[in-house]
Design a protein around this ligand. Structure first.
Ligand code: NAD
Ligand code: DAU
Length: 337
C-alpha cells in the first residue's frame, strides 16, 4: 500500500510515520510537508534513508505539488495544519489558508486521483467547551461550536471533508482527537513547554486560574487509533479519540510534572489568560472502543513519566528549537523574562 502523509515532519505526523514504518514495513510512505517552524526532519532521522520512505518538501495549498505527491497513492492521512491556538489568535490568516484552503486542495486531488481512503485528522476543539465540574463529554454527534481561529479553521476543514464525501463520493474517515503529548512535541504546547522550562530553571506559565481541563492522550495511542480506523473503520464515519476517564486540571498537570522532576511549586507562575479559552474538554471514546477495540495502552501518569524522560534524554532536540526562531514568539506571547 502507498500512503501520502501530510504534515509528517510535525509532532503527531512524525510519530505516526515512525509507528507505521515499524508496524507496516511493506508499505510505502510519501511525507509531504512544508517545513514551517513546526516541521522538523530531525524527528525522522532514523528512517530518512529507508527505501520505502520519501520526503517531499511542499505546500498542501499548491495543486501541482499535491498532484505529484499523490500519484499512485492508495491512502491519504492528512495531518498538515497550523496547530497552535495561541498563534491562531496572533495571526489567523495562515490557519485559514493551510487548514481550510489546503484541505480543499488535497480533497480536489484525492477525488481526481480516486484515492481509496482520505483520512482527516481533526480535533475535539471543533466541539467548543464543556462546563467545568460537569460529567458531559463530546461524542461523534456533538454540535460544532469552535471558539478560536484554529478550531474554526479545523471545523471548516471537517465540513469540507464530509461535503466531498457526500458530493463526490470520496471515501473518507475522520478522527476528532483530544490533546496529544509525547516525544517531538514542539515546546510551545503546554506539556513540553512546562517540562523544558523547568529543566532550564524557568517557571511554568499557567493561564488564568489554571482550572482548565484537557483530555490528555499519549501520541502513540492516537497513531494506533488512526491505524485501526484505516484498517477496520467504516467509510464515511467519524471516530472520537480521547485518553482520560477523569478530569485533570492544567494546574494538576503542572504539579505532576514538577513532582517527576523533583521541583517544588514555586515554579508555577499564573499569567494572563488566553482569550476565548475553552474551559473543559472530555471525550466519550466508547464508539472506537466498542467498534474497533481501541483503548489507550497505559494511564496518564505512566505516559507522563515516560514523556518527561524523553525530554531529559533528548535535550539536543528541544534546546536547539528553543534557542532559535521560537524565541521571538515566546517573548511576544509571555513577555521577556
Ligand atoms: P504540528 O504543528 O506539530 O505539525 C504540523 C505539521 O504540518 C508541520 O510539520 C508543518 O511543517 C506542516 N505544515 C503546516 N502547514 C503546511 C502546509 N501548508 N503544507 C504542508 N505542510 C504543512 O501539529 P501536530 O500537533 O502534529 O498536529 C497534527 C494534526 O493533528 C493537525 O491537523 C492538528 O489539528 C491535529 N490534532 C492535533 C492534536 C494535538 O494535541 N497536537 C490533537 C488532535 C488533533
Ligand atoms: O484538544 C486538541 C488540541 O490540543 C489540538 O487540536 C491542538 O492542535 C493542540 O495545540 C491542543 O490545543 P490546546 O490549546 O488545548 O493545547 P495547549 O498545549 O496550547 O494548551 C493546553 C492547556 O494548557 C490549555 O488549557 C491552555 C493551557 N496553557 C497552555 C500554554 C501553552 C497554559 O496554561 N499555559 C501555557 O503556556
Amino acid at each position: 500500500m502507498k500512503l501520502l502523509v501530510t504534515g509528517g515532519a510535525g509532532f503527531i505526523g512524525s510519530n505516526f510515520i515512525l509507528y507505521w514504518v515499524k508496524t507496516h514495513p511493506n508499505d510505502f510512505i510519501v511525507n509531504l510537508d512544508k517545513l514551517t517552524y513546526a516541521g522538523n526532519l530531525e524527528n525522522l532521522k532514523e528512517i530518512q534513508g529507508n527505501s520505502n520512505y520519501l520526503f517531499v518538501k511542499g505546500d498542501i495549498c499548491n495543486r501541482e505539488t499535491v498532484k505529484k505527491a499523490m500519484d499512485g497513492v492508495d491512502v491519504v492521512v492528512h495531518f498538515a495544519a497550523e496547530s497552535h491556538v495561541d498563534r491562531s489568535i496572533m495571526n489567523p490568516e495562515d490557519f485559514v489558508t493551510t487548514n481550510v484552503v489546503g484541505t480543499q486542495v488535497l480533497l480536489d486531488i484525492a477525488v481526481e486521483k480516486k484515492v481509496k481512503r482520505f483520512h482527516h485528522v481533526s480535533t475535539d476543539e471543533v466541539f467548543g467547551a464543556l462546563e467545568l465540574g460537569s460529567s458531559s463529554k463530546f461524542t461523534e454527534n456533538a454540535p460544532y461550536d469552535p471558539h478560536s481561529p484554529y478550531s474554526a479553521s479545523k471545523a471548516g476543514s471537517d465540513h469540507l471533508v464530509r461535503a466531498y464525501a457526500d458530493t463526490y463520493g470520496l471515501p473518507i474517515t475522520i478522527t476528532n482527537c483530544s490533546n496529544n503529548f509525547g516525544p517531538y512535541q514542539f515546546p510551545e504546547k503546554m506539556i513540553p513547554l512546562a517540562i523544558t522550562n523547568v529543566m532550564e530553571g524557568k517557571k511554568i506559565p499557567i493561564y488564568g486560574d489554571g482550572l482548565y481541563v484537557r483530555d490528555w492522550l499519549y501520541v502513540e495511542d492516537h497513531c494506533k487509533a488512526i491505524d485501526l480506523v484505516l484498517a477496520k473503520g467504516i467509510v464515511g464515519q467519524t471516530y472520537c479519540v480521547g485518553g482520560l476517564t477523569q478530569d485533570i486540571s492544567n494546574l494538576e498537570v503542572a504539579k505532576k510534572i514538577l513532582k517527576i522532576l523533583g521541583k517544588d511549586e514555586s515554579y508555577i507562575e499564573f499569567v494572563k489568560d488566553r482569550p476565548g479559552h475553552d474551559r473543559r474538554y472530555a471525550i466519550d471514546w466508547s464508539k472506537i472502543k466498542t467498534e474497533l477495540s481501541w483503548e489507550p495502552l497505559h494511564d496518564f501518569d505512566s505516559w507522563l513519566e515516560k514523556t518527561v524522560s524523553w525530554y531529559k534524554e533528548n535535550e539536543w532536540w528541544w534546546k536547539d528549537i528553543k534557542n532559535r526562531s521560537y524565541k521571538e514568539y515566546y517573548d511576544k506571547q509571555y513577555g521577556q523574562r
